[in-house]
Design a protein around this ligand. Structure first.
Ligand code: PLP
Length: 381
């Protein structure tokens, strides 16, 4: 079955009791057992819940994994992975990672005596050089945030495995529509389900999809032991969102490509960072690693610096001023004052985040309306 057919049917079989074409939301916290010491498929909702299970079944199919685990947020999912590690272990991660992951690795994981090295993984040689005997996990993000850097997943998988480490990929920006990291050799794919998977700005969630059953068992143990599970309401909403994932992502990517191409011609714009533009440094990798589109996230830099960027993000109307991304509503933000405000100036410069940078999450509105909205904001500069 094709991707979009699986998104609608796998894990979403009709309710066996009533024939309802949409599965019910199981709010139950506990399940009656067949007998003392006999366990049914479900016993307690932290350990397993039918609504969450439906979503996990769909996600495992879409990413091509042996199983999936859904968490309360993307950060909870990432925390589930690092919670497998022990004192003395070492992580190598991309320098262009989500700010919350940066904070988790540097301010929480370090308390457990786990070392972290950040490297520019757009060049796999940097990853190779950072690997040590105690490296147990390589964590990459592609496209990266906010510069839309591309990391070669297959090359990183080869390096990680040669050194006996696991490769985890935060694939939130790419979605399984465009990139399937497990097929490229990754061991774990992580998603902030809050973004494209849900797709409607109305849920918080995270997911891990795993290639090998033994790793799935280990992560399941961590999840059940620590408890940061996704609730049934969120799981239901996310399952509903997945049914239109392919259509949304393809259409939003098409709009983003058109917007990036138009921005590239504007005199007020210093540069546009979008993997679908031939002059983007990651374009070659994106051509190999992303199928049928380059995503709906893009950044650009205004020549006028911080003030111009601030004025611009406050002038758009359809592009609403908010962090987060990946939903049907278009969003705009200024990384220097919003998503990456907690970085100091030196860190921002190191990560290539300029004051004039603006990040767009292109939604599902008509692209003509989105272009007109940007046009009127440029006229106010
Ligand atoms: C939002 C996001 C996260 C964190 O997910 P939450 O659901 O907010 O916890 C992680 N990685 C990326 C790339 C994100 O965009």
């Amino acid at each position: 079955m094709q991707f979009r057919t699986r998104a609608i049917h796998i894990g979403n079989e009709k309710c066996p009791e009533t024939g309802a074409i949409v599965r019910p939301i199981h709010m139950a916290s506990t399940f009656v057992q067949p007998g003392a010491g006999d366990w049914g498929e479900f016993d307690y909702s932290r350990s397993g819940n039918p609504t969450r299970k439906s979503l996990e079944t769909t996600l495992a199919s879409l990413e091509g994994g042996c199983g999936a685990l859904c968490f309360a947020s993307g950060m909870a999912a990432t925390h589930g992975v690092v919670a497998m590690l022990r004192s003395g272990d070492h992580i190598v991660a991309s320098s262009d990672i989500y700010g919350g992951t940066y904070r988790l690795l540097h301010k929480i994981t370090d308390r457990a005596g786990i070392g972290v090295t950040l490297v520019d993984t757009t060049n796999p040689n940097h990853l190779e050089a950072a690997m040590t005997e105690s490296t147990k996990l390589v964590w990459i993000e592609s496209p990266g945030n906010p510069r839309m850097t591309l990391t070669d997943i297959a090359a990183c998988a080869e390096i990680a495995h040669r050194h006996g480490a696991l490769l985890g990929v935060d694939s939130t920006f790419a979605t399984p529509v465009l990139t399937r990291p497990l097929e490229l050799g990754a061991d774990i794919v992580m998603h902030s389900a809050t973004k494209y998977l849900g797709g409607h700005s109305d849920l918080m969630g995270g997911a891990l999809v795993v290639r090998e059953p033994s790793l799935y068992d280990e992560l399941y143990f961590v999840q059940n032991a620590t408890g940061a599970i996704m609730g049934p309401m969120e799981a239901f909403l996310c399952s509903r969102g997945l049914k239109t994932l392919e259509l949304r992502v393809r259409e939003q990517s098409r709009s983003a490509q058109q917007i990036a191409e138009r921005l590239d011609f504007r005199v007020q714009v210093e540069r546009v960072l979008y993997p679908g533009l031939p002059d983007h440094p990651g374009h070659e990798i994106a051509l190999r690693q992303m199928q049928g589109g380059f995503g709906a996230m893009l950044s650009f830099e205004l020549r006028g610096g911080f003030k111009a960027a601030k004025r611009f993000v406050e002038s758009t109307q359809l592009f609403q001023l908010a962090v987060s991304l990946g939903a049907v509503e278009s969003l705009i933000e200024q990384p220097a004052s919003m998503s990456h405000a907690s970085y100091d100036a030196v860190d921002r410069a190191m990560h290539g985040i300029s004051d004039g940078m603006i990040r767009l999450s292109v939604g599902l509105e008509a692209v003509e309306d989105l272009q007109a909205d940007l046009q009127q904001a440029f006229e106010k500069l």
